[in-house]
Write a protein of this length. Structure first.
Length: 218
């Protein structure tokens, strides 16, 4: 069974949503130690089709460009601030208790073929082989109250969370967020695996490696 990493239990409806997937978890609690800030940076490139631009890793897959960037809390805030009509659905207190691991994924299809991508078959793998699945929209939705389900937070999640099957037409572009649990305290290297990625019906899996850096805070 795939091991799902999970959040530490927090307060409120949203926190309950974040631990919903932990019911079936085989992993221990994955939350950073007190007084520690975790940062992800692009790791060593192992494929000639990849390059690092700033904090992003860009992969060229036969005419399809896939860009992946890790987003800390300020990055998530800026992402939603640049989306007219949307709000940041992640409460500030969540980042203090067990900050989620958020990746912005951008796919640009410059081919004449259709691109298909299943976020449900994306894995975040550490150096020991521990594998985590992304949190789905349905998992978050089930943990919300009736008021929150009809509110702007859920509309923003629905518009931006990569959870359901994605199709990018020729010449098209799609971007969204993959959200995982807090980084395990033992993790030194994380590999994001887009295992179900197809171009014109042909499998073209992509891997993106990040180094886990830790800094003590006062």
């Amino acid at each position: 069974m795939t091991r799902r990493l999970h959040w530490k239990r927090g307060r409120g409806h949203f926190a309950r949503a974040l631990v919903f997937g932990a019911v079936l978890s085989l992993a221990g609690c994955a939350s950073p130690p007190k007084g520690e800030v975790v940062t992800l940076r692009p790791g060593p490139l192992r494929q000639p089709t990849q390059q690092v631009v700033g904090d992003s890793i860009i992969a060229s897959l036969g005419g399809v460009g896939v860009t992946v960037r890790w987003l800390p809390a300020p990055g998530v805030e800026r992402f939603y601030a640049g989306k007219p009509g949307l709000v940041n659905p992640f409460p500030k207190e969540m980042w203090k208790e067990a900050p989620p691991t958020v990746f912005l994924v951008q796919v640009r299809n410059q081919t004449s073929e259709e691109v298909q991508f299943d976020p449900a078959l994306t894995f975040l793998v550490d150096q020991s082989g521990g594998r985590g699945l992304p949190l789905t929209y349905d998992e978050i939705y089930l943990g919300m109250s009736e008021a929150e389900r009809s509110g702007p937070a859920m509309r923003s999640l629905q518009a931006t969370l990569l959870s359901r099957f994605v199709v990018v037409s020729p010449g098209g572009r799609r971007e969204g967020l993959l959200v995982f649990s807090a980084v395990d305290p033992r993790a030194k290297l994380l590999r994001l695996e887009l295992a179900s990625f197809f171009i014109g019906g042909k499998s073209a899996p992509a891997l993106f490696e990040f180094q886990v850096l830790r800094e003590k805070t006062q």
